[in-house]
Unconditional design. Structure first.
Length: 63
């Protein structure tokens, strides 16, 4: 996995929450430094509670 992919941020298209791997989601049990790809499919967006596994909901932010 390239460094760009590992540190890429992802946006929830339902509520615009941004998952930042540098921060993770401590309340959701995701440690800082965890790439979005490594987040389990059972993880839910902390804002709108939609499942990561739902197709087309999360989009990688290309910077």
């Amino acid at each position: 996995m390239s460094p760009d992919v590992k540190h890429a941020r992802w946006v929830c298209l339902e509520c615009h929450y941004i998952y930042d791997p540098k921060k993770g989601d401590p309340k959701g049990g995701i440690c800082s430094g965890t790439s979005f790809e490594a987040v389990p499919d059972t993880w839910r967006c902390p804002e709108c509670k939609i499942l990561k596994a739902k197709k087309g909901v999360f989009k990688r932010i290309d910077e």
